[in-house]
Design a protein around this ligand. Structure first.
Ligand code: X5A
Ligand code: ZN
Length: 676
């Protein structure tokens, strides 16, 4: 199942024909540089190329009014003067004799993408389009947008394919108010947007872009706005919002289709966004959405005005859609104070609609007057700052080009006992104990084998170590091993990996039996142990027991632990290897296990080694499927987790926050706190 790429050069054939500082950044080159970068990196060739088509009147009328469509239809015949005048009735847009044609192609491209994904021709895809769409409204062009490509695509998917729930993720740095207006009273379409806001001082300066606009009537709770009140937001801020708002709510909602308003003006270097998130963050944002809706994800280009940053970000997105291992994200530090304030406000505003947020903390002085006071305070502060730092505000942002993403020649290797069939698509791996240096062989005998002659076990350990070495050398991406003694194998891998100075191993243990006895406090391993056992002592910063009341069989609790505890911990720890250990008697559902396996591959460049007990043969195929990059099955709309579990997770997160900054969901109350 491939990735669709939808692009047509025709969409570069319109441009601004007069002087307008607000519109001069929206240039045809946005599309050509993006497409050329995909070609140059060999990505375009790896995609299934799908032709664009013109959206029909019927398609466009799913979202827009007849009057508006008829008005736009007249623009190809207008003189320059007429076009200028026509343009004047809308905010920050321009018209051109060919823009109506391109707008039909842009919307049609989104529909072609939906068709390819919904019919199963491809798993996911991206449409590179101009003009963008998310600002355009029922009867108005706005913010370079003529027709609302993604809103039309959502309605079309519902009408043509009977799709029940659509999630729209708008990671463009502007608020897609057009999308919000279209679905604000509709609970079948969830709209999530983060956007530069600065307490309403940033375009489009709307009150309804704030966190307290949660949707109307039946749609209440299905519109999620995350306002950024400062510029300079970084990778950690974006990941915090995904971990603590979007993902938990999205998994609870359980979409059948994910549409992304994929604007890249939220990346570093963009003149509109002025944010600091690096292009590789889009690899992770994409990856984190790819296990929703069984992997049915359609990304449609919106903004992005720094041509370098735009092209890099588009490549990162498409790489991930194609299933290439994600890069290790550029340094993650603490989310900043302003981001945490936004996070806290959004979570609080939505707590009555989503059980995963039920126990979210309210902001300290939670009332309507707060915003205005804050705004006044911050204006004061900024005035002071502005004196004398012009040199700083005008400097160009610099960032390194993301490293090339080369997928190892072997995606998934398996180490299996004799007589167990190798799952399709995997490579059987075994290494003879002769390949072990005598030094390592002796160490293994000493540490793990009682009987010096246990050659079977020695062989398994030799294979495991050989596998890890090949993963380190980028020859194999991920691995799966069925072993006789899972705890001993875990120890063996940990000990081996710890010999390399640069290694850090994230060990995720699922199930009740034992936990690794040998835990280092030097940070070379971080162990997260999810079980139904009574809570053990937390021995140190690097050993985190998570005890769910009903163990791993309680889906909602497990998912919550996975999304808002394990993932942020993993991202902050930034391991070089993930060791996923499936203990016997774990009671975890296959689909939940597959979600876990898939999501963890966003870490450590996808270097995930799964260890399972010999008796768990039945789980080889589902595990291999996830390691090979197939989307995990949906979990269905999630019921409320057990109150005890939610409370436990909140308090655990609270306790760990001093050590792990990405677990924060509230702003520090006192002065200080991290400001970027
Ligand atoms: C699609 C998009 C931005 C409009 C900015 C107008 N539009 N100031 O990014
Ligand atoms: Zn934008």
């Amino acid at each position: 199942m491939g990735t669709a790429l939808i692009y047509d050069e025709e969409m570069t054939n319109y441009k601004l024909l007069w002087i307008d500082p607000a519109c001069k950044i929206e240039v045809p080159e946005r599309l050509t540089v993006s497409h050329e970068a995909l070609v140059r990196n060999g990505l375009a060739d790896r995609c299934v190329s799908i032709p664009v088509r013109e959206a029909t009147d019927t398609d466009i009328l799913l979202v827009h009014s007849e009057e508006y469509l008829e008005a736009v239809k007249t623009t190809p015949y207008m003189t320059l003067e007429d076009l200028k005048e026509f343009t004047l009735q809308y905010g920050d847009t321009y018209f051109h004799p060919n823009i109506y044609h391109c707008a039909k192609l842009a919307a049609g491209a989104a529909l072609q993408l939906v068709d390819s994904v919904m019919t199963g021709k491809v798993r996911n895809g991206m449409a590179l389009v101009r003009p963008p769409g998310h600002h355009s409204m029922r009867s108005a062009a706005n913010g370079f947008c003529v027709f609302n490509n993604v809103a039309i695509a959502a309605k079309y998917a519902q009408k043509k394919y009977g799709v029940q729930r659509v999630l729209i993720v708008d990671w463009d740095i502007h608020h897609g108010q057009g999308v919000q207006y279209c679905f604000e009273d509709d609970p079948s379409v969830m709209y999530f947007s983060w956007h530069r806001y600065e307490h309403q001082k940033f375009w489009p300066n709307l009150k309804e872009s704030d966190y307290d606009c949660v949707g109307k009537d039946k749609g209440a709770g299905f519109n999620i706005n995350v306002p950024w009140n400062k510029t300079g937001m970084q990778n950690s801020d974006y990941l915090a919002v995904f971990s603590h708002v979007l993902l938990p709510v999205a998994y609870e909602f359980c979409p059948d289709l994910v549409l992304v308003c994929a604007g890249f003006d939220s990346a570093i270097g963009d003149p509109e966004g002025e944010m600091f998130a690096t292009p590789d963050i889009f690899a992770h944002l994409t990856h984190l959405l790819m296990n929703l809706a069984g992997g049915k994800l359609c990304a449609v280009l919106e903004g992005g005005y720094n041509l370098t940053s735009l092209a890099q970000s588009v490549c990162q997105t498409v790489h991930t859609l194609l299933g290439d291992p994600t890069p290790r994200p550029a340094i993650i530090d603490s989310p900043c104070k302003s981001a945490l304030e936004s996070l806290q406000c959004v979570r609080s505003a939505h707590k009555k609609y989503w059980s995963c947020l039920k126990y979210a903390a309210d902001p300290p002085d939670f009332d309507l007057s707060t915003k205005r006071i804050k705004l006044a305070e911050e204006e004061e502060e900024e005035k002071k700052l502005e004196q004398g730092d012009e040199a700083i505000t005008t400097k160009e942002e610099m960032w390194p080009e993301p490293p090339k993403r080369v997928a190892p020649p072997v995606r998934t290797a398996v180490v299996l006992p004799e007589g167990v069939a190798c799952p399709a698509g995997c490579k059987c791996f075994s290494s003879s104990s002769e390949n072990l240096s005598p030094h390592i062989a002796n160490k293994l005998r000493e540490n793990f084998l009682n009987d010096a002659d246990d050659s079977d076990a020695l062989l398994t350990f030799a294979s495991l170590i050989g596998l890890v070495e090949k993963m380190e050398k980028n020859e194999i991406c991920s691995g799966l091993a069925l072993v006789h003694d899972v705890s001993m194998a875990t120890m063996c891998v940990i000990q081996h990996a710890a010999t390399d100075l640069s290694n850090r191993v994230l060990v995720v243990c699922v199930g009740d039996e034992m936990s690794p006895s040998q835990i280092t406090e030097d940070g070379k391993t971080l162990v997260v142990h999810i079980s139904g056992k009574q809570p053990e002592e937390q021995k140190c910063k690097y050993y985190i027991p998570v005890c769910l009341k009903k163990g791993c069989s309680e889906v909602s609790g497990f998912v919550q632990a996975m999304l808002s505890l394990l993932l942020p911990l993993g991202y902050e720890y930034d391991p070089s290897l993930v060791l996923l250990v499936r203990m016997p008697d774990n009671e975890i559902y296959d689909s939940v296990w597959q979600q876990l396996t898939s999501l963890l591959q966003g870490l450590a460049q996808g270097r995930t080694l799964v260890l399972m007990q010999e008796s768990e043969k039945a789980y080889i195929n589902p595990t291999a499927s996830s390691l090979l990059g197939n989307a995990a099955p949906s979990l269905g709309p999630l019921p409320a987790p057990l109150p005890d579990d939610v409370e436990m997770l909140e308090s655990l997160r609270h306790r760990l926050q001093t050590d792990w900054k990405l677990l924060q969901t509230t702003a520090p109350e006192s002065e200080g706190g991290d400001d970027h």
